[in-house]
Design a protein. Structure first.
Length: 564
């Protein structure tokens, strides 16, 4: 969903909303909400929901609330709230003055619970959690009624008030809705509304020792806020009858719940519980590790908010679950960075080159293009001298067939500079090539030959005397399988972790124009890929994350599809 989209419907949610607008169902209003739980960091799947919730409000000149579903004090922390707000703003969405918390509605929710007890629609149950699970039944067998189901209204009111007063220990009693233990929908078999939990809340302190469940909180919070369209992922479709039941029994404002398919991305895990395990067991270096699919991890890796929003728009909104190829996400990023990222030269695995016939103390300032996609970005000066660094892989002593880069006796072009020819190779005691001696043609300044001779390869380089030392972290996909949950019996998703998901290079060299590069700055290292300055950078020590290589597999997929 792109920002400021036209009013033309492009998916089934738009069609529902436009029908509601035509029939004046909600008085011409469109009011959505994004309701994250503050028990972890947002990931790329949440980005899709954010784009839908805020995007639809933007499309129809409506409103979108940010509401934290903070009903479980055991797992919630302020740092998660702060991170969620930062991520939404980074994606360029804003909730204005509509920042809400489900915990602010605890008193009202208690009133609703009492209202249902008085109607004979809720009761206090003494069964344990395991017993409730046992009594619930299965998909093929109906549940059994709790022996406490037919308590009197007076007894239920008294017990619920004593639950709230803290008289009972954790887990000893719950409040349940009285619906239908024989329902074909397990969510309607007397679901739990409140549980006892003597735990301090990050906003409410020690005021409460009973906490409402998500299913009871969600619809009532929507109603209190005047939400018109409650958009959620497809796994909540079976919860919609319960959502409707609560609102109907309470007789309050009734939003419409609409479900859409959640995002499933290849080579990626989007279960918050499993991501928490990766962090807790230190398989990654925190929630913002660039290998994580969290928004903070993607931001640190070098993703742009525009690329993520464009990706969410391209995958669309549907009612069917599917697996999206991560190559499409990477393609959207390359498209965006290609237009905005300055070009620079960086050598990841340096090989020393001495140009024997170049004056020893001479330094030239050569013109280099900042971005060929955007002439307005202009040019920069790069220093050229007698001693350079090129990539180790750009030289072969015995070049294989179709290898056109530097080799003994072969001439190549140096980007923006001169033609050079390798005339001698220096090796260490182990036989490793450590230095090349070359000659240059001074008539080829700028990379062109006045006599018209051609070379088949152009190499990037940096001046050894001027280059900055840098650390470069080469990130790969976190999992080796497209579906990380595809495991052998007895194993779990962690068995599919990629042992080579990070390679750190500490002897890299980059051109001196990057000396003042700030964390978060993105560049294209010519012939290498896109890189972002990491937050670990300090004065004098630049650290780059490889955001994405140049090779675009999705572009090839699209090209092949067009030929069919």
């Amino acid at each position: 969903m792109s920002k400021n989209d036209s009013t033309k419907p492009t998916n089934f949610i738009h069609e529902i909303i436009e029908k509601d607008l035509r029939t004046n169902k909600y008085g011409g209003r469109v009011h959505t909400r994004f309701p994250p739980e503050p028990n972890g960091y947002l990931h790329i799947g949440h980005a899709k929901a954010i784009c839908i919730d805020f995007g639809i409000a933007d499309k129809y000149n409506g409103l979108c609330n940010l509401r934290f579903d903070d009903t479980n004090p055991i797992k919630e922390e302020q740092r998660y709230i702060d991170a969620i707000k930062e991520d939404i703003h980074w994606l360029d969405f804003d909730w204005g003055d509509r920042e809400y918390y489900a915990s602010d509605y605890f008193e009202k929710l208690c009133e609703y619970a009492v209202q249902l007890i008085k109607k004979g629609k809720a009761y206090v149950d003494d069964l344990s959690a395991d017993e409730i699970r046992e009594y619930r039944g299965t998909l093929t067998e109906p549940g059994k009624e709790s022996p406490y189901r037919n308590r009197s209204i007076e007894e239920n009111l008294d017990l619920f008030e004593r639950m709230r007063a803290g008289e009972f220990p954790d887990g000893s009693r719950v409040l349940r809705a009285k619906i239908d233990m024989a329902s074909g929908n397990l969510n309607m078999r007397d679901p739990v509304m409140y549980r006892i939990l003597h735990k301090s809340h990050h906003r409410q302190g020690d005021k409460w020792c009973i906490y409402p469940t998500y299913d009871f909180t969600h619809g009532q919070s929507d109603s209190i806020e005047g939400i018109t369209h409650s958009l959620c992922s497809l796994e909540f479709e079976d919860h919609r009858p319960l959502y409707d039941w609560y609102l109907n029994e309470l007789g309050t404002h009734h939003p419409q719940q609409i479900e859409f398919a959640r995002l499933n991305l290849s080579y990626t895990m989007l279960s918050k519980r499993k991501l928490l395990k990766l962090v807790g067991e230190e398989h990654v270096n925190g929630w913002d590790d660039p290998r994580m699919p969290t928004i903070s991890g993607l931001r640190r890796l070098g993703y742009t908010p525009e690329a993520i929003r464009n990706f969410c728009e391209r995958i669309g909104v549907s009612k069917s679950n599917s697996l999206v190829d991560i190559a499409l996400l990477e393609h959207c990023l390359r498209e965006d960075l290609n237009k905005r990222a300055p070009r620079v030269m960086g050598v990841l695995r340096p090989l020393r080159v001495v140009i024997d016939n170049y004056p020893e103390n001479e330094v030239e300032e050569l013109d280099a293009v900042n971005n060929p996609e955007d002439p307005i970005m202009g040019t920069r000066k790069v220093p050229f001298s007698r001693v350079l660094y090129i990539e180790q892989e750009d030289f072969r002593e015995e070049p294989p067939k179709k290898y056109f880069r530097l080799a003994p006796g072969r001439e190549v072009r140096l980007r923006y500079a001169y033609f050079i020819k390798c005339v001698n190779v220096v090796k260490d005691e182990a036989g490793k090539v450590v230095k090349l001696h070359c000659t240059y043609d001074p008539k080829t300044r700028g990379g062109d030959s006045p006599d018209g001779r051609k070379v088949k390869s152009t190499l990037h380089w940096v001046s050894a005397a001027h280059a900055l030392k840098a650390e470069v972290r080469l990130y790969d996909r976190l999992f080796v399988k497209a579906n990380p949950d595809d495991v052998e019996e007895g194993a779990d998703f962690k068995s599919n972790l990629n042992p080579n998901s990070l390679e750190t290079l500490t002897e890299c060299r980059v051109e001196p124009n990057l000396k003042d590069a700030k964390p978060g700055s993105r560049y294209q290292f010519e012939r290498q890929g896109y890189f972002c300055v990491d937050t670990d950078s300090s004065k004098g020590v630049l650290v780059f994350n490889r955001t994405v290589p140049l090779r675009d597999t999705w572009a090839k997929i699209e090209k092949a599809q067009k030929k069919k």
